[in-house]
Write a protein that binds this ligand. Structure first.
Ligand SMILES: [Zn+2]
Length: 342
């Protein structure tokens, strides 16, 4: 165990004790808590195949534990439509979101049906259209095949995030060959267009915009931001007949320029990767177009993480948010959220 792990473990323990005590004494303020998920794994054996960057390492069982935690505590599960229609400001709500458009997200459907709760699935449309693997999964998979360590992989992903989508594609093509873009199976592949259309027709499912190519929008001029969001809107509308009302900014990266363009294109809601509760009422537009989201880690006790997030103390997240301001690269998404597990 290194110093960072020891410190984190100590803060988590303190956080959990404080939240347990706090939850019995203080009632948390009513809020909308949004959770982000990515791929949903059958079990840990699937994760250990190293076919994709496991990110949060969440299995179907872990997802069920998360749902049960809030369901049995009588939280209200809401969809983007519910938010737009106005939430009951006296109680707390949960919105479930999945980013990217992994086919394996269909594994959530039986649980959504069982508990009758909605979820939003944010789709990167070019991956669906062209049936290509997500670039971070290719980097992870190819490097693991070659025995490269996790820190090096994370560093390579960070470096690539500074490039344009076109440059990333060229990099992968030159280093790993054209075949690297081909998905290897249900673990890593995106939905096919037909599957996505059918999926979008299911009860409890709604789709959201995750841009056409997962470009980190803050690095592009307004015209190109607009093109990427519009292309995804049109594609999803063409496929499903519905216009998404919500966007998930790739990498969580947003700026006033990005949120302005999104709103001008008819997206009324936007989600980020800022770990925060969205306190009710959501009165200001800026609160709706840059909503905070939490992520859970499959390698750790799900109930314990939920206990911490239920309270308003959230010591670890508060500390992390302060540190993020100074060393943002340590907390960037799509680079192995859950290092403990691997
Ligand atoms: Zn994403």
């Amino acid at each position: 165990m290194n110093i960072r792990t020891i410190t984190e473990t100590a803060i988590h323990a303190l956080d959990h004790a404080a939240s347990k005590a706090g939850n019995t004494v203080f009632k948390a303020k009513p809020s909308l808590m949004i959770f982000v998920f990515h791929g949903l794994f059958i079990n840990s054996a699937e994760i250990e195949k190293n076919l994709v960057d496991p990110q949060q390492n969440v299995t179907v069982d872990g997802f069920r534990k998360f749902v049960e935690y809030f369901y049995y505590r009588k939280y209200s599960f809401v969809s983007p439509e519910d938010i737009l229609n106005g939430l009951d400001n006296g109680i707390s709500h949960i919105m479930i979101t999945f980013d990217d458009g992994y086919y394996n997200n269909i594994r959530a459907l039986p649980i959504l049906r069982e508990f009758k709760i909605p979820a939003v699935f944010f789709i990167t449309t070019n991956n669906v259209k062209h049936n290509t693997s997500f670039w971070w999964d290719i980097i992870y998979r190819e490097n693991r095949k070659r025995g490269v360590g996790l820190d090096k992989i994370a560093a390579e992903e960070q470096l690539l995030k500074k490039k344009t989508v076109k440059q990333i594609k060229e990099y992968i093509h030159d280093k790993y060959g054209r075949g690297a873009f081909n998905p290897v199976g249900d673990t890593d592949r995106p939905f096919t267009p037909e599957e996505l259309k059918k999926f979008s027709e299911q009860d409890f499912v709604s789709l959201g915009n995750h841009t056409s190519d997962h470009a980190i929008l803050t690095g592009y001029p307004p015209g190109q931001i607009c093109a990427r969001i519009t292309e995804a809107q049109s594609y999803l509308h063409g496929l499903t007949g519905k216009w998404p009302a919500i966007i998930s900014y790739p990498n969580g990266s947003h700026s006033p320029k990005v949120t302005d363009v999104s709103r001008e294109l008819g997206l009324h809601l936007g989600v980020t990767l800022e770990e925060k509760k969205n306190l009710l009422p959501l009165v200001k537009i800026k609160n709706k177009i840059a909503l905070g989201r939490f992520f859970l880690l499959g390698g750790r006790d799900i109930n314990r993480q939920c206990d911490i997030l239920c309270s308003d103390i959230m010591l670890y997240i508060r500390l992390k948010n302060i540190l993020k301001t100074f060393i943002p690269f340590l907390f960037s998404p799509h680079i192995c959220f859950d290092k403990d597990k691997k």
